[in-house]
Design a protein around this ligand. Sequence first.
Ligand SMILES: Cc1ncc(COP(=O)(O)O)c(C=O)c1O
Length: 328
Amino acid sequence: MAHSSIELAPQLDLARARAQFPALSQYVNGQPATFLDGPGGTQVPQRVIDAISDYLRSNNANTCGAYQTSSNTDQVIAGARSAMADLLGCDSDEIVFGPNMTTLTFAMSRAIGRELGPGDEILLTHLDHDANVSPWRALEERGVKIQLADVREEDCTLNMDDLAAKINSRTRLVAAGYASNAVGTINDVKTIVGLAHDAGALAYIDAVHYAPHGPIDVWEIKCDFLVCSTYKFFGPHMGVLYGKREHLARFTPYKVRANTDAVPQRWEWGTLNHECIAGITACVEYLAELGLHTSHVAPDALVLGGRAGAPCRNSRPAFVRNQRPGEN
Ligand SMILES: Cc1ncc(COP(=O)(O)O)c(C=O)c1O
């Protein structure tokens, strides 16, 4: 009945939530501002603005120096990795920061692509954002064959039969979205990852559109890579990539010689956007707090970062996820 969906809807304290976003108190032409450009990203809460400006005011430095602001900067980056690891359900050294999802995906496609050539295939989908298509299509110049899984026109879902049929022993990577930015369809990414792995292929998941809407647990999905963009969920304009540690260690990035070979820093070249990285921690803390304020109403509805299970190692109690093997 219609009633049940109403009863299950999470009861957000909207006034409390809105009060945290200075942008929402603006007026345009004498009217309260309304922000309708969803794909353009979210506004940010005050704590994200504070974290960014506090960093610039008190800690502005480069990394790895023998002075206070530099070691503070190292801690800011380590803290943000830990926060994103909580959000996605992985370890800190599996988190890579970059300017946006598109740039990170081009970096990974170039690195993975240097091992591919004629006879290899990559499977993409017609449901995906071009940021998860063009970086892989670029490998056609190396002789890699690109396949595309169809969409069911009747309901805009991914045609899983077509996807399964297009995976074969030559498939080296399957790149698919977690949710479509165009039509909102949520894909069964766990099944897609399973199909890719059964064929010995890697699974690369674009979670940019899904991340603002639901919990992500990369260990449960078992994907090899997952990318998202923090500006879509109340954070600064940055991209974040999860990569299985073994892949981040084994694939070879195009990087400068001076860049460390440590994981995950070997995937982050030049100077990062430290102030925005400071903002990422504040953004994850905001989500954790939002989860604490709503989870009692609708179990699982807004508990971000995983499903019921053991509390994570870090300081964000709203994030719970399944235990990984070997964890107590
Ligand atoms: C589903 C999806 N993937 C990828 C992107 C690209 O993300 P970015 O702007 O971080 O490169 C977008 C941007 O809107 C998107 O909606």
